[in-house]
Design a protein around this ligand. Structure first.
Ligand SMILES: *[C@@H]1O[C@H](CO)[C@@H](O)[C@H](O)[C@H]1NC(C)=O
Length: 183
């Protein structure tokens, strides 16, 4: 255990400075009175952390309700000449915290957090995911989603304010290519 902790610490700078941060996850405030029904449907990825090495474009998600009450998550992107999609499941894990969803893309993997920090349902959603590792550091993901393929600079900046007001670093956020997607 001590050895693996040590080797993780030593490896840390190699993994990726933008995903790993020292200390536990921040505890951001989430959307009050979150209404999943208004949130369903199609969202386009406008910006995100982290940047992935193999970058797809035209990244979008479609959330819909299944008969069993879980939420079907269909993510798709255009990468290396093809539309690639992956289906997952989102659930509200505690009904007292409806904006804190968990998402899993396989029966065998645990639910990872999907917290809606802010949404107006019709334009913008600000989503955050963070997992503590050994209580020493955390790995996080952040997304700015739009109902359209593009958001105004004002709207994007207001989304970044939501993150930074919650001590989430957005300096490494990159925008997703949504050009030429509707051909
Ligand atoms: C989203 O998913 C629902 C349910 O599967 C489907 O009816 C709808 O057409 C999908 N929308 C898009 C834009 O793919």
């Amino acid at each position: 255990m001590a050895f693996s902790t040590l080797s993780l610490i030593l490896l840390l700078p190699l993994v990726s400075g933008q995903v790993f941060h020292w200390g536990p996850c921040p505890e951001p405030s989430v959307q009050l009175g979150f209404d999943i029904h208004k949130y369903l449907g199609r969202w386009f990825e406008i910006e995100k952390i982290p940047a992935s090495f193999e970058r797809g474009k035209c990244i979008e998600a479609n959330y819909s309700l299944r008969p069993d009450g879980t939420i079907k998550v269909l993510n798709s992107e255009f990468r290396r000449g093809k539309v690639r999609s992956i289906e997952g499941t989102a659930v509200v894990q505690d009904i007292r915290q409806p904006a804190k969803l968990g998402v899993s893309f396989s029966y065998f993997t645990p639910y990872t957090p999907y917290w809606v920090l802010y949404t107006d349902y019709v334009n913008l959603a600000v989503v955050y995911s963070c997992t503590d590792v050994l209580r020493l550091f955390h790995v996080d993901f952040a997304w700015i989603l739009g109902r359209a393929r593009a958001l105004s600079v004002v709207t994007t900046n207001s989304a970044k304010m939501v993150f930074s007001n919650n001590n989430i670093d957005v300096s490494k956020m990159i925008s997703t290519d949504q050009q030429g997607c509707d051909k």
